[in-house]
Design a protein around this ligand. Structure first.
Ligand SMILES: [Zn+2]
Length: 377
């Protein structure tokens, strides 16, 4: 009896220690990453400035405004729609920390689903964060969940019904920001964030919206731009511009029957020209092996090399993998090409940003060369 009591106390103490360590690690994800205001940032606001219903909620998120000296068109960059797609998040941060607008206004939301950055997906074995080395020391970024943290939005329904179309999807998609547009002011937290982003686009009359993503190498829409019909000319000019730089990218029309996505609903419900871009991220794929920080950063995985040899992938894939420099470089450069294409077609309403890092420079120097020193604590 006495021996059993001692065993029980030891087990209980072990469980308490494990819970304390895991709990502290889980709660630490709620601390937002450091993002430094670059030379072009004129103002930092919150999404709740456009939709007060988000104020004080875990869905409220930073909006960086880079306003040029001259009026022109405007662009919104969405990073972190899916917080487990780090190239989109980092490319948005590279714009915030480097770019200087000359004509027109740039809005950047680097953590579109802020709640999704406070947890990561269960049973995926993904790292909670990853480190980018810079000339001024390391910068650490969160590797979050694809969806809103269930602590913030619970329970999931058995079937998720997209509000404006009635389309049905699996229940967990109710927390997927890129299935909730155009959103509802009185909906779920995820729908409220969608609604807030739509309000920003409407109130600021945003000309072009670019939503930055990554996808598994076995997913058919990859190394691609997906465009709403009204953004198709802009997207096809952008693809030609990228091909001239030897960056292979495909162009996909936004499917009419897949609802709730930026490239569909922002085009249908607002005047913005919506584009979505995908790069190849092995760390979110289903065929991957060991999932760690190295996989996030290098994209190297022997199982994907094997899958490529079997013809199962939609992107070229060899031992070199798809490193973060290539993926961030593609997003950063594609946005630059969107601007060039826009300016060729609309010289009367230009959108000119300076200091956009070049693709070859990002490949050669790494993403860290384009991140500013984090302020001392
Ligand atoms: Zn995504």
């Amino acid at each position: 009896m006495r021996k059993h009591t001692i065993t029980a106390i030891i087990c209980l103490a072990g469980a308490l220690v494990a819970s304390a360590v895991a709990g502290a690690s889980f709660l630490a994800m709620r601390k937002p990453d450091v993002i430094v205001n670059g030379p072009g940032v004129s103002e930092k606001k919150m999404l709740s400035d456009w939709f007060p219903g988000l104020k004080g909620t875990p869905g409220d998120t930073e909006v960086y405004i880079l306003k040029g000296a001259d009026d022109g068109a405007s662009m919104l960059i969405l990073g972190g729609t899916h917080p487990n797609e780090p190239a989109g998040h980092l490319a948005a941060i590279v714009y915030i920390e480097n770019v200087v607008p000359k004509t027109g206004t740039l809005y950047v939301i680097p953590r579109a689903n802020a709640s999704g950055f406070t947890a990561n997906d269960p049973q995926e074995g993904a790292p909670q964060r990853f480190t980018i080395q810079t000339p001024n020391g390391p910068r650490v970024f969160s590797y979050g969940s694809r969806a809103t943290n269930p602590v913030h939005q619970w329970p999931d329904p058995n079937v998720y019904i997209h509000a404006s179309s009635g389309q049905t999807l699996s229940g967990s998609e109710t927390r997927n920001l890129n299935r909730g547009y155009p959103g509802r002011p009185d909906g779920t937290l995820t729908e409220k964030v969608c609604y807030g982003i739509v309000q920003l686009i409407k109130q600021q009359n945003v000309t072009i919206t670019v939503d930055l993503h990554e996808a598994s190498p076995e997913y058919p829409v990859i190394n691609a731009i997906v465009a709403h019909p009204k953004a198709m000319t802009l997207a096809s000019d952008t693809v030609l511009g990228l091909e001239m730089q030897d960056i292979k990218i495909s162009l996909e029309p936004s499917p009419v029957n897949l609802r709730g996505l930026t490239h569909r609903e922002l085009g249908d419900f607002t005047d913005t020209l919506p584009l979505l871009m995908e790069t190849a991220n092995a760390s979110q794929g289903r065929l991957r092996g060991r999932t760690d920080e190295a996989l996030v950063l290098t994209g190297k995985d022997k199982w994907y090399v094997r899958a490529q040899k079997l013809g199962r992938l939609y992107v070229p894939y060899d031992e070199k993998g798809h490193p973060i420099e290539e993926r961030v470089g593609r997003h950063v450069t594609a946005i630059g090409e969107i601007l060039t294409s826009w300016n060729l077609e609309h010289p009367e309403e230009p959108l000119e940003f300076e200091n956009i890092p070049g693709y070859e420079d990002i490949l050669a120097k790494g993403v860290g060369a384009y991140l500013l020193p984090a302020p001392a604590k």
